[in-house]
Design a protein around this ligand. Sequence first.
Ligand code: PMP
Length: 449
Amino acid sequence: MSHKSSQNAAASLSNELDMSAYWMPFTANRQFKANPRVLVEAQGMHYTAMDGRKVLDGVAGLWCVNAGHGRREIAEAVERQLLTMDYATAFQIGHPGAFELAARIARIAPVGLDRVFFANSGSEAVESALKIALAYHHARGQAQRTRFVGREKGYHGCNFGGMSVGGLVNNRRAFGALLPYVDYLPHTLDTKRNAFTKGQPEHGAELADALEGIIALHGADTIAGVIVEPMSGSAGVILPPKGYLERLRAICDRHGLLLIFDEVITGFGRMGAAFASQALGVVPDIFTVAKGITNGAIPMGAAIAKREIHDAIMQGPEHVIELFHGYTYSGHPVACAAGLATLDIYESEGLFERAAALAPVWEEAVHSLKGEPHVIDIRNTGIVAGVELEPRADGAGKRAFEVYQDCFANGVLVRQGGEIIALSPPLIVTESQIGEIVDALRAALRRVA
Ligand code: PMP
């Protein structure tokens, strides 16, 4: 679409929709309303924009629609559940779907992590995981273990706990003092030594040893746990260097710290296995999921813990209710129905295996962008990739945002954060659609001077 006709389309959209009341999340609101992008339908690999154009979904909505859009099985399960029982509290009462979904997740989780606490988003899953870690130490008579260790560039949602252990400066800047007692590991992005690595980079395992320094400073017996994304998504698809997570695991074990993986993006097949811990061969003590748990159709998240963590809290000394934590919508019947239907699809269509099988094609396609204008690094694993651009002197992320806009105007949705274009299409993506996504990005890079 030409610049002129996209401006006309934007003007007519503004006439059709009153956009003034809606305060959009993580959006440049003023800029958006001058040049809006509005979607009205989604089916399979495509959105339809309000002006009728088809847009190929190169990011699975927001890293969540792993089985593709408009899945009838999920819609029917949701409708059935709404008409059978729309809502029931999860406090002191159960319903079958929550037990079934927890059991199904436990079955595909790493061995030993089989206790599932439901929340309604990735952010809530993270808060739940952090509180479970604290409650675990408390139950074992180590209530002084209240510190957490996060990591630079980490994203763990935008509630106070997750924001505090997170390491993205833009997400923290306006919000003053956060949780006290958090330290940060250095991030592992190294575009000098590891540029254009396919899969896990070679260099940087030693960065995990910074945890020993933090432990030496505060004393292990003050630290509850360490939280990292096994692959950082929001910061631009940053893979752990070979051996890095193994080192974190060993240090945590040595000092009694819980290792928490935030698998909100990596969960449910993105890396070619059900969970990143399986793809990477390192098992955490607690992990979080959301997004792909319901194929993005209904909000849901979960924190999944080792049985012994759960059991320690169950045996805690003080209360009849073991964990004073939960949400009105924890284990919502409709979300559970969506989750069960989603897992059925993942299983019957073998989508995690499909992602693993397609990964080499994906890798070759995304790395064909090496040498295109402005590209300083490409990172990939499973069906996910980050293409990092050289920053322009006039402002962080502006070039990448122009690339994002150009891709959208030409029918492909990608994700932009800072200088990075992230790609993570639904796992049903075909080889030719991979070509379309990469070609649209290539054309955008060439157009954006
Ligand atoms: N953790 C990670 C690793 C994420 O990527 C995200 C969202 N992208 C979240 C937590 C927060 O999830 P939500 O937006 O559902 O609260």
